[in-house]
Ligand binder design. Structure first.
Ligand code: ADP
Ligand code: MG
Ligand code: MG
Length: 255
C-alpha cells in the first residue's frame, strides 16, 4: 500500500503581472485503491494543484510537501516524480509534433521502469489497451496529440495511464468535453487501471456524471487554493444541486 500526503501546500504561478499565490494551505491524504473526487469553482486552483504536484516549471512551491510514501515529490525533477509513481492526465494535453505515440509511450515506459519493456509483451499490451479504448491502430504512428480531437486526446491520456501503471494519478477534467460513449470508454480504462494496479486516484471534475462510472470513496470541495470540505459520495450530488456559491469569497461568482 502506498500513500500520497499533501501537507500545507502553498504555491504561486509566474504571471505577466508578477508572482501570484494560488495554493494556500492544501492538505490531502490519498491511499492506494482510493478515489478522491476534487470539485470546485473555476479558478480555484485545481489545475495549479495538479501542475505543482507534477513539477510544471511555471508553478513555484512556496512551502509545504507532497510525500509519496514519505518521499517529497516537490524536491524532485518531473521525471523523478514519474519514476516515484505519480502520473498527471492534463486538462489540456499538449501536442508533440514529430514524436510518434508508440515512440513516446515506449520511451516513457522505459524511463519510468528503468528498463525497456520486453518487445513482444509490450506490443501486445499496447495493442490491446488501444483496442479497449476504441483507438484505431493508426494512432500509434501519429504524432502525440497532434490533430487529435478533444476526446482522442483524453483517450491518449488514459492509454498512458494504463501502460505506465503509476501508484497515483491526477486526472484533471479528463471528462470535460466527452460525449456519453467516450466518457464511458475513458472511465472503463481508468477503472481497469484501478483494478489492475491498486491505483490511488485524484479525480478533478466539474460534473457528477463521471462519478457514476468512477465511484469516488471521498469527495472534496476545493476553493480559494485549499480543500474546504470533505464528505462521501453524497457531497457530489449536494454540490450539483447547490453549486459552489457558498464556497466563493464575498462578491465573486462561479464564472
Ligand atoms: P482551476 O483549475 O480550478 O479552474 P487554475 O489552477 O487553472 O484553476 O487557476 C487558478 C488561478 O490561477 C486562476 O486565477 C488562473 O488565472 C491563475 N493561473 C493559473 N495558471 C496560470 C498561469 N500559467 N498564468 C497566469 N495565471 C495562472
Ligand atoms: Mg478551470
Ligand atoms: Mg483547471
Amino acid at each position: 500500500m502506498s500513500t500520497l500526503e499533501i501537507k500545507d501546500l502553498y504555491a504561486s504561478v509566474e504571471t505577466k503581472e508578477g508572482r501570484k499565490q494560488i495554493l494556500k494551505g492544501a492538505n490531502l491524504v490519498v491511499n492506494s485503491n482510493e478515489t478522491h473526487a476534487i470539485m470546485g469553482p473555476n479558478g480555484s486552483g485545481k489545475s495549479t494543484l495538479a501542475y505543482t504536484l507534477a513539477g510544471h516549471p511555471k508553478y513555484i512551491v512556496d512551502s509545504g510537501q507532497a510525500l509519496l510514501d514519505g518521499k517529497d515529490l516537490l524536491t524532485m525533477t518531473p521525471d523523478e516524480r514519474a519514476r516515484t509513481g505519480l502520473f498527471l492526465a492534463m486538462q489540456y494535453p499538449v501536442e508533440v509534433p514529430g514524436v510518434s505515440m508508440t515512440n513516446f509511450l515506449r520511451t516513457s515506459k522505459t524511463e519510468v521502469d528503468g528498463k525497456a519493456p520486453a518487445l513482444r509483451q509490450w506490443s501486445k499490451e499496447l495493442n490491446s489497451a488501444m483496442k479497449r479504448l476504441r483507438m484505431d491502430a493508426k494512432f500509434a504512428s501519429r504524432s502525440v496529440n497532434e490533430g487529435f480531437s478533444g476526446g482522442e486526446k483524453k483517450r491518449a491520456e488514459v492509454l498512458q495511464l494504463e501502460l505506465l501503471k503509476p501508484k497515483f494519478a491526477v486526472l484533471d477534467e479528463t471528462d470535460s468535453g466527452l460525449d456519453v460513449d467516450a466518457l464511458r470508454i475513458v472511465s472503463e480504462g481508468v477503472n481497469r487501471a484501478k483494478e489492475n494496479t491498486g491505483l490511488g486516484l485524484l479525480l478533478i471534475t466539474h460534473y457528477t456524471r463521471i462519478l457514476k462510472y468512477i465511484k469516488p470513496d471521498v469527495v472534496h470541495v476545493f476553493a480559494g487554493g485549499k480543500f474546504v470540505k470533505t464528505g462521501g459520495p453524497e457531497l457530489a450530488d449536494e454540490l450539483e444541486a447547490t453549486g459552489y456559491d457558498q464556497y466563493l469569497p464575498e462578491g465573486a461568482n462561479s464564472e
